[in-house]
Design a protein around this ligand. Structure first.
Ligand code: ADP
Ligand code: MG
Length: 467
């Protein structure tokens, strides 16, 4: 097990020894022998002071990894041994200092048991890469039908030592785990081979840096920086669309990296072909690797995620409450997490246990917002029955006014009431082009202007769908 340095602290050494031994053996069972040898064994307990366990590790990289992966467990296990423990502090103390017990470098110290803080993942291109969230690891990612393909692809890229598919393009709606998977790839690669440079960046940051470089007439440096990375990850590239010079630069950086056999990982809220305002050559370049989409969550996945999060938080949440949440909060995982956090915080604050009734009270605003969300399918059904046409006519090629008009109304409402893009809407209407949808939206707007009966129809449908 990891060592205990004799320091003569408040708690007697023997006691700390015993507690550490027991924490170690629990951890060993939980994480397996290999991980135990790599990460737990090199830890040295320096003592316990003011309810804080102080643990040193020999390198900064190890500190980052331990904090990212084991901090919460370390704390929970230690707290189970001694309820007076309020925090576990992991800091860096290079091997050469260990004999002399020189004071650790306080700057390098990170309070490990503070939950949910973004944490910078290491010394690799700190100035270029954005901080990584320590909770966003593969271990913490719950896999289900909607995300299994994206997960498998991300995991393959993280494990690979050669470039497999370039780029890996991950897409899906907000809050479904794109950023989580990207951070997981970064954590994984940094752990497996610290010599590889992994840069993770939002597309907005990328753009901002590029524009700054332009202003400072420093674009050469900008290019060199990016061209020396092994793995480049750009999150939310839909933000690059429309900005011509940034697109151009992104395209060149992209090509240069691909030519040099570097791995690129991209995320967006839409598939490459649906990205509006994206230049054609960039779009086709983006789609020539592997495209993995993350679908909307299913009830089973939501339940799995809730169980996993509750366990991580170390709280008891009744099964009934989790089922209720999984049924009701369907929009995305971020909202689901938010709901769980609020319920737990509320229960702890008022000191009462969690029930379906209190849950309904505490998150009534979220519940209402989730009720209101409409799908394109519902819109099609409602509109078809309102105008007395067949549902299949929403997808059919028939052009008779009697079916074409209701179809246009449905497209219009889909644009107004959902967050779907024009191409996505087009596809749901029998694979029509996005220009057809655009035309429908304009046509309906126009008709509403001079036909008040029609305007009322549309308004009525909207209210029914929203109600
Ligand atoms: P996106 O980037 O797609 O908008 P994020 O990756 O930021 O979404 O995910 C939103 C939140 O939901 C994060 O806290 C993330 O950890 C969590 N999350 C999403 N999918 C999963 C999953 N499959 N398992 C566990 N947590 C998830
Ligand atoms: Mg994201």
């Amino acid at each position: 097990m990891g060592a205990v340095e004799k320091m003569g602290t408040g708690t007697t050494d023997n006691l700390v020894d015993e507690q550490w031994a027991s924490v170690c053996s629990r951890l060993r069972m939980e994480i397996g022998e290999a991980a135990y040898q790599s990460w737990v064994k090199p830890m040295t307990v320096r003592g316990v002071r003011d309810g804080q366990v102080r643990i040193s590790v020999p390198t900064r990289f190890m500190r980052d990894w331990v904090v990212a992966h084991y901090a919460d467990r370390l704390f929970t296990l230690w707290n189970g041994e001694d309820a007076a423990i309020r925090a576990v502090d992991v800091f860096v103390q290079p091997e050469r200092y260990q004999e002399t017990s020189a004071p650790p470098d306080e700057k390098d110290s990170a309070a490990a048991a503070r939950p949910a803080t973004a944490y910078n993942g290491g010394r690799y291109n700190d100035d270029l890469s954005a901080p990584l969230d320590r909770r966003f690891t593969f271990e913490n990612f719950v896999v289900g039908k909607p995300n299994e393909f994206a997960y498998a692809a991300a995991h393959r890229v993280a494990e690979a030592t050669t470039v497999l598919f370039n780029p890996l393009f991950l897409y899906g709606g907000v809050g479904l785990g794109k950023t989580h998977l990207m951070h997981a790839i970064a954590w994984h690669i940094r752990a497996a081979d610290p010599s590889r440079t992994v840069v993770y960046l939002s597309a907005e940051k990328f753009m901002y840096r590029f524009i700054r470089a332009l202003r400072e007439k420093n674009t050469m440096d900008f290019k060199d920086q990016f061209r020396s990375v092994d793995v480049l990850m750009i999150d939310d590239v839909q933000f690059i669309s429309g900005k011509d010079s940034t697109q151009e630069e992104f395209f060149h950086t992209f090509n240069a990296l691909v030519d040099q056999g570097r791995q690129i990982v991209i995320s967006a809220d839409k598939s490459p072909s649906d990205l509006e305002g994206m230049e054609e050559r960039l779009r086709s370049r983006l789609s020539c690797g592997l495209v993995g989409d993350i679908h909307a969550t299913t009830y089973e996945l939501r339940l799995g995620i809730l169980q996993s999060k509750a366990e991580q938080m170390g709280v008891e949440v009744p099964g009934k409450v989790m089922e209720f949440l999984a049924h009701k909060i369907t929009a995305n995982v971020r909202e689901l997490e938010g709901a769980l956090n609020r319920i737990v915080a509320h229960a702890q604050l008022v000191g009462r246990s969690i029930s379906v009734e209190t849950t309904q009270e505490v998150i009534h605003d979220l519940l209402r917002a989730n009720d209101r969300r409409v799908t394109i399918e519902e819109i099609q059904k409602r509109v078809a029955s309102h105008f007395n046409i067949r549902l299949s006519d929403m997808h059919s090629a028939r052009r008779a006014r009697s079916v074409a008009r209701p179809r246009q109304v449905a497209m219009y409402l889909a644009k107004q009431l959902t967050s779907r893009s024009l191409p996505e809407i087009g596809r749901k209407f029998g694979g029509r082009d996005h220009t057809t949808v655009m035309h429908a939206v304009r046509k309906v707007d126009e008709l509403r202007e001079y036909d008040s009966g029609f305007a009322e129809d549309v308004e009525l449908l909207r209210r029914m769908l929203e109600g």
